[in-house]
Design a protein around this ligand. Sequence first.
Ligand SMILES: [Zn+2]
Length: 298
Amino acid sequence: MTRHIILTCVLISLLLSCNEKPSFIDFTYPKGKTKALVLSYDDGTIQDIELAKLFDENSLVGTFNLNSKYLGATRGWPQQNGDTIYQRYVPKDSLTIIYKNHEIAAHGALHKNFTGISSEEVLEETNTDLEIIEKLTNREIISMAYPFGSTNDSIATLIASTGIKNGRTVDDTHAFDFPRNYMMWHPTCHDSKVLDYLDSYLALNDQKLSVFYVWGHSWEFGNNERWENMVEFCEKIGKSKDIWSVSHGKLTNYLLAIENVQIGKRQIINPSYNAPIWINLSSGIEKLDPGESIQLKR
Ligand SMILES: [Zn+2]
């Protein structure tokens, strides 16, 4: 009789432990979110100071792509109509203050068009950015916005060889998808169109990971209406609790870490040494720390 009770208990506990094991449904962003926002701004002109402040006030994170050789300078840019636009660039000794909460990224040391120069010059433009910006900020630079958005497959491969992990173009997709190649990352839209997509992204309710990728130049906000639109956008999207506001570099690292996760029949393993991953299991949202594994239902 006692033997029978013990056997029954063992069977019940085995069944219970079996049921405790969840099944894998999908990856999520941190805390179970599935939507993300990237704000990528080019050139590093002094208007970045106000824009970074606007992002800070709304708990948003930006990625600022700088031309390292123009830092602290004033430069005239001749226009096709004969006018010249003068740009003032952020001072080199203030980068970690201005962009304290934001990513600093490369944009070509002298803003040369990469499709119009040699491979050696492309590498020179990029490596100079990396050297100067990393020295000034003590940060690792892993993101780039191509000057003029101009690139091609071989340039993308060349840039990747420097250790940069993503490269942004200016070819708007008007969608919230990811690129197949992170070095040819086409954004959702320029910020002049940002309000056109805001409501549909706020309403999006999808388990699939997505990103609303906005790009622009802070110096374009001299136009008051454009600035007011951006303020409205930041205030509205900043209040949305289900959107992960993230730098381009951090998002890229997260997606790369997801690619490395090993999903077997019995367990899911995060082999990364420094990147936690969030997953949606049948039992709920779980954080999978670096080196951690979770047993799955067979
Ligand atoms: Zn630019």
